[in-house]
Design a protein around this ligand. Structure first.
Ligand code: ADP
Length: 187
């Protein structure tokens, strides 16, 4: 199964993706996690990405697309994947379609987690304190939410028009949200 998980920063995508990918037996591919791993390892990709991430901006499409292209070419992604945090821009939507079409495949579902914005800001600020993520201070959090609303939320309309989108209420306990996602995916 080839699934994209979308939702604003703080919607709980990472948490849900980890559980849902396990149930579906597909790899969880998080662009944010791959960037953060590169930042910790001090790679060139990490140095480039960090400049954007720390400001709450999107890493440029060319950089992100090349990284996802590589990751999806790995053998473990051939039978399916759960993509978390990608695509986030119109150009990325087109790239992903092309990458899959080149292999004669396509997306099965796009899941959008919907949340209350005030709740999300509170969650992100709490996470900043717990995990010390350098992109979780209030100003940067607001910037990330703005970018999501401007550039990423509108992408769900095009997926809806293609009949791929399922909107899931992301509020409530972790388990109840997981159950909603799995039942929407027919699992
Ligand atoms: P969140 O969903 O909380 O913003 P992520 O871990 O998904 O957290 O992403 C963290 C940061 O990584 C983003 O703010 C952005 O800078 C960068 N990033 C992740 N995915 C992408 C993407 N698809 N395109 C551009 N930048 C990305």
């Amino acid at each position: 199964m080839r699934v994209v998980l979308m939702g604003p920063p703080g919607a709980g995508k990472g948490t849900q993706a980890a559980v849902v990918s396990g149930k579906l037996a597909v790899p969880h591919i998080s662009t944010g996690d791959i960037f953060r791993a590169n930042v910790s390892e001090g790679t060139e990709l990490g140095r480039t990405a960090k400049r954007y991430m720390d400001a709450g901006d999107y890493v440029p499409d060319e950089v992100t697309n090349a990284m996802v292209r590589d990751r999806l070419a790995a053998p473990d992604a051939s039978a399916g994947f759960l993509l978390d945090g990608y695509p986030r821009t119109t150009a990325q939507v087109g790239e992903l379609d092309d990458m899959l079409a080149a292999r004669g495949t396509s997306l099965d579902h796009v899941v959008e987690l919907t949340v209350d914005v005030d709740e999300v800001v509170a969650r992100l600020l709490a996470r900043a304190q717990e995990q010390g993520r350098s992109d979780d201070d209030e100003q940067v959090v607001r910037r990330r939410l703005e970018l999501y609303a401007e550039q990423t939320a509108p992408l769900t309309d095009s997926y809806a028009a293609r009949g791929l989108l399922v909107r899931i209420d992301g509020m409530g306990s972790i388990d109840s949200v997981t159950d909603r996602i799995l039942s929407a995916l027919g699992g």
